[in-house]
Design a binder for this molecule. Sequence first.
Ligand code: UD2
Length: 314
Amino acid sequence: MSLAIVTGGAGFIGSTLVRSLVADGYHVRVIDNLTSGKRDNLAGLDQVDLCVADLRSPGAFEKFLEPGAPVYHLAAIPSVPRSISDPVPSHESNINATFNLLQACVARKTGRVVYAASSSAYGDTEVLPKTERMRPQPLSPYAMQKLAGEYYCSVFSHCYGLETVSLRFFNVFGPRQDPTSPYSGVLSIFLNCLIDRKAPTIFGDGEQSRDFTFVEDVAALCMKASLAPAATVTGNVYNAGNGHSYTLNQTWRMLCEMRGLDIQPEYGPPRAGDVKDSLADTQAAVRDLGHNPKFTFEEGLRLTLDWYQQSRGE
Ligand code: UD2
């Protein structure tokens, strides 16, 4: 049985990827420090070892890497506002830990590293959709940190021959996304407000747009990125988006319609570091990686809503 390694595999996106890998016949080794990841996210999976280790300490995890095994690097501290209010931990986890991991992958001669980059790297562009050829213009420490990780991946490909592919995730949502923190992804918050029949708070006028991408489509793309021809993809960066965007106002209206409710959102001040509009050009990922998102936004929302209801026992 083939081995795959997933950093951050006990987190929301990581654990979905782990499930997809297991379904594909892999044995998966998860490296996670369990700061935001949860053992529960991996419950019921036999083909998984959880190695609790922190990538900020190089000596702590190198032994868990194996020659030739593909590595999916999803461990990170997400959130634009968290990186603004408390930049040191996210700097250490998003840049230093990524550097440590890449060095260890070279030393241990692992297989290809697929890196979870972020659409935030684009910042505000004059033109939509956002293509990989555009100059990055990060607007927050988080965006800058994720961009630094991409650059390190490309540099490690060029200088050390480590195969890497960076995927710029576009606002991933789905089951297991934790709605309980003030830094939680907006859809996890909206969906739980909907279940509670409560008004969400929208930061700004709600006309900002996002290319919300269902987590299973992102997991599928990660696996494709790991297997795509090395000569075509090594060292490259690709958009991992759905290719459609919705404003927050539209999204909340859609959710209310799904439930036959009419709840007006509350509005608060715009958030520092927020990107105005986000929409992925997916052509390069389709061409080079075989990206083929299967879930429309509405399908993803329904599946996620069902999951939250079940997990809350409703
Ligand atoms: C960024 C990245 C995303 C991913 C993520 C990780 C962009 C466009 N996207 O997501 O790809 O890397 O960071 O954290 O940069 N909001 C509300 N009310 C709430 C919560 C959020 O109005 O209760 C707004 C928020 O101001 C923003 C939008 O919803 O305009 C999305 O916020 P988010 O935190 O879900 O994700 P975002 O776009 O910062």
